[in-house]
Write a protein that binds this ligand. Structure first.
Ligand code: SF4
Length: 95
């Protein structure tokens, strides 16, 4: 399902490779995740993106960097845990 906010997504801009948000290496400090976080960090719809993924993501199929968070970080958020302090600041993502 396509929703209008997705049209404003930074990851949907021309030239952006959607695959870069689904790296094989999901090391939270790795280059691939850091690169994806940088894009999410300037995305004007990050808030709604995060709300959408938190409401709709299948825990058994959690993958990729979405709204600047890795699958493990989203799982932590689902469990009601506060994300580690360094996770978002190091990305430049505003909470
Ligand atoms: S926050 Fe990231 S994954 Fe979500 S729409 Fe924006 S760029 Fe895409």
């Amino acid at each position: 399902m396509t929703t209008s906010w997705r049209q404003d997504a930074a990851c949907a801009r021309p030239g952006m490779d959607p695959e870069s948000f689904y790296p094989l290496d999901l090391d939270p400090d790795g280059l691939a995740v850091t690169a994806a976080r940088r894009v999410c960090g300037v995305c004007p719809v990050r808030g709604v993106c995060l709300a959408d993924v938190m409401a709709s993501e299948d825990p058994a199929r959690r993958w990729g960097v979405i709204a600047g968070l890795t699958p493990d970080e989203r799982a932590e958020l689902h469990r009601g845990h506060v994300l580690p302090g360094p996770a978002l600041p190091r990305t430049g993502v505003a909470a």
